[in-house]
Design a protein around this ligand. Sequence first.
Ligand code: PBG
Length: 326
Amino acid sequence: MSFPNHRPRRLRTTPAMRRLTAETRLAPADLILPAFIREGLSEPSPISSMPGVVQHTTDTLKRAAAEAVELGVGGIMLFGVPEVRDARGTASLDPEGVLNKAIRDVKAEVGDDLVIMGDVCLDEFTDHGHCGVLDAEGYVDNDATLEIYGQMAVAQAEAGAHVLGPSGMMDGQIAVIRQALEDSGHKNTVVLAYAAKYASAFYGPFREAVDSQLKGDRRTYQMDAANRREAILEVELDLEEGADMVMVKPAMSYLDILADIAAMSPVPVSAYQISGEYAMIEAAAANGWIDRRGAITESVLGIKRAGADTVLTYWASELAGWLKES
Ligand code: PBG
């Protein structure tokens, strides 16, 4: 086992040799594009903390979805920004509400050529910005929230979503959503559980993207960054409740969690490279401190290498374009 019999550099000599021996590969089909649509917009509105990402109009969202199909992107995850909010997030249930309508519009545009996913969560729709409804003490009421999630899930399935992504971290959310889907005849609607979702400072830019009304934090429902074993429990529960796929979120500061989940999960594992991760790389690249394309590619490759089968990333279409050309 000694030099010169072993020279690991032999497999690094040429681009062709490196390509042949690469252990991990990125493909457009592994990528999911998160996209925002805002009600009542006539022009797309830039999100200043996420340069290159916009709040879409119906037209530009449809175009982005069609472009994703052309590039071979695997899926699109839709988030809606409503004009009117209330304490219970009522607009999330309106079939003509911004998110349900967006699902229908994207479905009309791309049909089944792109996997259409909807965010099942109340934070975009509540006037207090929490992911659920509040009790008299201002604590997020788990079981009262579940009832609304079930109705939201049915509304999105009815609008044509292929996949629902419950992201609120309420206990029992997968069971309630699965039951509501079965009871309403949507037995083939897939549930992608945000199973291990951590309370993270890196969600910052997303709050701008959805005009979040949140004051305070989500630490009574999202996981504590200190915890590793607990992620296994969250995934086990979601699997028991009927999750078809599971997600780890955020990605880059949680690659150990992702590797743990990839090792134990019998179902496909997603990771969400979130808004703050996007913003960090864009900001450093804009300052000329890092090579943009290299850093983006390496970051997504690292997430796949850690065990993700699919990656939600705001660079999905751009990266898919690069993969196609190389
Ligand atoms: C909740 C939700 C959030 C994100 C996706 N779904 C925000 C939060 O939990 O505070 C964050 C995604 C990102 O930061 O890119 N509906």
